[in-house]
Ligand binder design. Sequence first.
Ligand code: TYC
Length: 104
Amino acid sequence: MGDSSTKELERIIVEDDEQTEEPPMYRVVLLNDDYTTMEFVVMILETVFNKTTEEATQVMLSVHNSGAGTAGVFTKEIAETKVEIVHQIARQNEYPLKCIMEPA
Ligand code: TYC
């Protein structure tokens, strides 16, 4: 194969890679506090982050014991929406529960 067709193959491969590039992902991290109930955090993890009760309980306990923990990893817009929804439901229920997002 000639040098120019190798270059052409490389160009096609690079172009293909660029077209299939994954979007940047963001981790939504729940923060511990002393006032939000464990039950409420489990409910949030089940309803907003689609976790089973067992998974939700594990994440909640990990946040409770270590200060923070991952609720999930999402594209930017979905992560932003989930953070807003958590804060909105927490506010409505007068809990100080906070979560943040960070590049995954
Ligand atoms: N620390 C809280 C308690 O003892 C429970 C809790 C867990 C709160 C996780 C927030 O993100 C959190 N009631």
